[in-house]
Design a protein around this ligand. Sequence first.
Ligand code: TR5
Length: 129
Amino acid sequence: MASEKDAALAAVPSGSPTIFDKIINKEIPANIVYEDDKVLAFRDIAPQAPVHVVIIPKVTDGLTGISKAEEKHTEILGRLLYTSKLVAKQEGLEDGFRLVINDGPKGCQSVYHLHIHLLGGRQMNWPPG
Ligand code: TR5
């Protein structure tokens, strides 16, 4: 996950391709752990837990973040959540895990392509930072 500074410096959503589009298009490498026709999941480059996977839709259809969700996005939102559960099982997180969606500068979002963070492999704390 990004620091506040990273999030503050992140490009405002502009409609131009993000780093995640380049991962989808295989223009830059990523450690992919799950892929189907609609969803891609890969290991975060700066892991915040022993397991830290980023789960993204292949087509955003304007979903730069969860705050941009519209009724037309409900199917892909459900697919993302369901895929999170599949990847958690695949990663052996039977004892629990955490899903996180950062939104906007105050939510510490740094990449404006909707994504779910799957974190696990250690005890999570509450409240989060
Ligand atoms: O901060 P938010 O919630 O927007 O999450 C974006 C996440 O993307 C952060 O946790 C970053 O560590 C992660 N990230 C950024 C890059 C990247 C990545 N994960 C995998 N591979 C990556 N590449 C190749 N390049 C990045 N810039």
